[in-house]
Design a protein around this ligand. Structure first.
Ligand code: PMP
Ligand code: GLN
Length: 388
């Protein structure tokens, strides 16, 4: 491409890997286990609530922090699930997806030259957000197959320049759920080096095998320095709704709002009304437990398929992705493999090197999403048998 009008800050960016692989899957009519979006219906209770909100003319701007009813429902959820009280008027900000929440958290809290620690592989939007803020990313590489953390190696990344550490749990793409020990280690380091912990919980309710989503803010001394990020997208199978929020102390919440007020001003009002209804209904019906059970079943369909075929797959405990070691298949790097797969096998997957700065660390794997109908997962397994 020749550049004439584009700003320098965007010239080195390509299209996201998710858009690229979805386009490739569509082109080859392949089963798309790449981009993580459900192919099944969202619950009727959330769809009905959105339709009703629009019919009831909840169609003008939402208040900057979000609809009061939704902020109250979020505060109630925090109380129920974490046992802590947050002020819906000063500690909650609702915006356009976890992506905007991540962007606003980083832009609102990180100054040029500040260091931001992230775990690699990382969700791809973290790096551009840090770059736009002028921050300096510091990487802790999680190693397959256990994705464990060495306390000394992690501490070596902290310094008096550290402003923030991003923790994505349950983790995309590895399926790691951070243990209480790991959260406590990070909490201790945040307090020692006076840093903020931002917890991206986009998959907070997609956990199984008895895994627990631990609250960072509940660890002693952390409530004042924690930003919790949540999204409606994965929890209610409505990724296109782009509605997410942060829960953080007042000073941090105000800083976060200062960014998105100039990007979008406010989130999407009728969807916020539907979100409030959905959070209330979910508590009344045991929805979150059912969601975990459904994903447990889907995880097992795909894991059992990989095991039968003889593909070395790493078992996830949360999120809806499975990482598979492709290094023995003789089909090249992850990028080569993921280009080959839709055309020759009829299945699409994501090359995880997109989530690494140290590309070679991700080149041996492919990420498969299992947020798909059971029969679609079974059909994908049948097609993947040629790799066995
Ligand atoms: N964080 C992680 C780890 C994700 O996988 C995603 C994609 N769902 C997001 C954030 C973005 O969420 P949203 O679609 O709500 O912007
Ligand atoms: N979070 C989804 C994934 O990891 C996709 C998000 C996107 O398309 N930007 O697959």
């Amino acid at each position: 491409m020749t550049y004439h009008f584009s700003a320098n800050r965007v010239r080195h960016f390509g299209t996201t890997i998710f858009s690229e692989i979805t386009a490739l899957a569509q082109h080859h009519n392949a089963i798309n286990l790449g981009q993580g979006f459900p192919d099944f219906s969202a619950p009727a209770f959330i769809k009905d609530a959105a339709i009703k909100a629009i019919q009831d003319d909840v169609n003008q701007y939402a208040p900057l922090p979000g609809r009061p009813k939704l902020r109250q429902a979020i505060a109630d959820k925090v109380l129920k699930h974490e046992g802590r009280t947050v002020d819906p008027n000063t500690e909650i900000a609702v915006m356009v997806g976890a992506t905007e929440a991540i962007f606003s958290t980083i832009l609102g809290l990180v100054d040029p030259g500040d260091e931001v620690i992230i775990f690699e592989p990382y969700y791809d939007s973290y790096i551009p957000s840090i770059e736009f803020a002028g921050g300096i990313p510091k990487y802790y590489t999680l190693q397959a197959p256990d994705w464990t953390i060495d306390p000394d190696e992690l501490e070596a990344l902290f310094s008096d320049k550290t402003k923030l550490i991003m923790i994505n749990t349950p983790h995309n793409p590895t399926g790691k759920v951070f243990s209480l020990d790991e959260m406590e280690l990070i909490a201790r380091l945040c307090q020692k080096y006076d840093a903020i912990a931002a917890v991206d919980g986009a998959y907070e309710h997609i956990i199984y095998d008895g895994a627990v989503h631990h609250s960072m803010a509940n660890i002693d001394g952390m409530a004042e320095r924690t930003v919790q990020i949540s999204s409606l997208g994965k929890t209610f199978s409505v990724t296109g709704w782009k509605t997410g929020w942060t829960v953080a102390p007042p000073e941090l919440t105000t800083a976060i709002m200062r960014i998105y007020q100039w990007a979008t001003f406010s989130g999407i009002n009728p969807l916020q009304e539907a979100a409030a209804e959905a959070l209330i209904t979910a508590e009344q019906t045991g929805y979150y437990a059912e969601l975990g059970q459904m994903y447990h079943r889907k995880r097992d369909i795909l894991m059992n398929g990989f095991n039968e075929i003889g593909l070395p797959a790493i078992k996830p405990y949360g999120s809806f992705f499975i990482m598979v070691d492709i290094s023995e298949l003789g089909l090249g790097t992850d990028v080569e493999f993921c280009k080959y797969l839709p055309e020759k096998v009829g299945v699409a997957a994501i090359p995880p090197s997109a989530f690494y700065v140290n590309k070679s660390a991700g080149e041996k794997m492919a990420r498969f999403a299992f947020c798909k109908k059971d029969e679609v997962l079974q059909a994908a397994v049948e097609k993947l048998r040629v790799l066995g």
